[in-house]
Design a protein around this ligand. Structure first.
Ligand code: GAP
Length: 445
């Protein structure tokens, strides 16, 4: 059963605490486009940094890339997106709403007199399905004509394929090797929704691993394992992660095999990352459409071949939503509801809140100095307003793992209390050791 209440609570917390806002809210919002506020941008950045670290920095066989969003329009012919990146849509002639033809709420067959519109309930008003391309179009240069059409990329992967030889040659890598990229992608989704789960503008974290044909199945299995481990390392509930294998009718046009990593959201099990064995489809098509040879010459084996590609493709926004949904909990504490985001310290947007117990006796001065010291090393937040319990609660909602309070003993003993978000236990730590204490606990793993 979908838990819509939990999603509503999450959306409201995200706005209240500055994680995510509706785009152009003062104009009534823009459908399925969202902005990340001060805490959201840190959370998503932490996700991307961890991905980049695991994929590029910690390995010798993967290089980074940042390709442009706009690409030559022929790229999208070669990739199959112009012909195949489409959804069948139907319109209701009565209420003017538009639906995917396979929308489960539609009763009957669209285009037939018995078909019923799921919104206004009219019968016989749904059109025959028509194919609708999900790519956003725009124009390059001053003339808005067909010749000037370019697309906002619907995936980052193509920027990697067209640069594969540039990267291979300039980095002096050898196959097997990979190229990783994080960047925006755009899809004019017909049924977007569930907050930042499916949006029209989003960020992908994609890696394409180029291998010798025949070794692809083995690399595919390795990558499956490594990617699942990465999601687990974010502190997600293991029982809420599962594999979904694509059956023959689900496989994308380019894929020889595909598995999704799914998470059990309040609205059901859904994909957060896809791992695909793309064979030589992409390089073969770009070779054909560009007329440029993209084969690799393997000197050791004295062989020439078009590498196969194993792709790992995750959405940064989806991973951020997964973390938020997994972390949200409500507890009863002394007759009050405590809302906590139990985020893994490594991804929490703020690592420590710093509080003077009262606004006198030199405590604000000591707390401010400590705050500035901590802020140089990691995101910290200073709060001196309201009762200390309220300040802790605000930090609990923001997912801040440590609350540091300067109190009456601080000046004389050079110690502060450190309160742990999850257990609410407190311990005394030397002022000079607080930065190290927190830093040690927000490490990478
Ligand atoms: N290059 C392969 C590719 O793009 P995909 O399954 O269409 O594959 C990969 O997308 C990932 O990108 C998904 O698992 C999801 O995390 C993210 N994603 C795709 N469409 C999205 C959307 N409309 N909003 C947010 N994230 C999206």
């Amino acid at each position: 059963m979908a838990d819509t209440t939990l999603m509503d609570k999450l959306v409201s917390l995200c706005k209240r605490r500055g994680f995510v806002f509706q785009s152009s809210e003062i104009y009534g919002g823009l459908g399925s486009v969202w902005d990340y506020g001060p805490l959201g941008v840190e959370l998503k950045k932490n996700v991307k940094d961890r991905w980049w670290y695991a994929m590029v920095r910690a390995r010798d066989d993967i290089e980074g890339l940042d390709a442009a969003i706009l690409m030559h329009p022929r790229v999208w012919e070669a990739s199959g997106h112009i012909a195949g990146f489409t959804d069948p849509l139907v319109d209701c002639r009565h209420c003017k709403n538009r639906f995917r033809a396979d929308d489960p709420r539609i009763k009957g067959t669209p285009g037939q007199p018995d078909a019923q519109c799921p919104v206004c309930g009219s019968r016989g008003t749904l059109t025959e399905p028509r194919m609708f391309n999900l790519m956003f179009k725009t124009f390059m240069g001053p003339v808005e004509d067909q010749a000037a059409v370019v697309y906002l990329r619907p995936e980052t992967a193509q920027g990697i394929y067209v640069n594969y030889l540039n990267v291979l040659q300039s980095s002096r890598q050898r196959i097997p090797f990979g190229i990783a990229q994080i960047g925006k992608a755009f899809r004019n989704e017909i049924t977007p929704g569930n907050f930042i789960f499916r949006t029209r503008e989003f960020e992908q974290m994609e890696m394409q691993f180029f291998v010798k044909p025949g070794t692809d199945a083995e690399w595919f299995e390795r990558w499956r394992e490594w990617r699942m481990q990465w999601h687990q390392s974010l502190g997600l509930t293991t029982a809420k992660l599962q594999w979904h294998q694509h059956g023959p009718d689900e496989l994308a046009h380019y894929a020889r095999a595909a598995f999704d990593i799914q998470y059990e959201f309040p609205f059901g099990w859904q994909e957060i990352e896809g791992i695909h064995n793309r064979g030589d489809f992409d390089l073969g098509r770009h070779q054909e459409f560009s007329g440029k040879k993209l084969e690799h010459f393997d000197q050791a084996a004295n062989e020439r071949y078009l590498p196969y590609i194993v792709e790992t493709s995750a959405g940064a926004d989806r991973v951020a939503l997964t973390l938020l949904a997994d972390a949200y909990r409500e507890e009863q504490v002394e007759g009050e509801t405590r809302v906590v985001l139990g985020l893994h310290p490594a991804v929490a947007p703020i690592k420590a809140g710093v509080f003077p117990l009262v606004k006198k006796d030199g405590m604000p001065e000591l707390a401010t100095a400590l705050y500035h010291d901590l802020k140089r090393r990691f995101p910290a937040f200073y709060d001196d307003s309201g009762a200390i319990g309220r300040r802790y609660r605000r930090m609990d909602e923001a997912g801040t793992p440590f609350g540091i309070t300067v109190d009456g003993e601080t000046a004389a003993q050079r110690t502060v209390t450190v309160r742990h978000r999850d257990s609410m236990q407190q311990e005394r730590v030397g002022v000079d050791h607080v930065a190290g204490f927190v830093a040690e606990r927000i490490g990478r793993d």
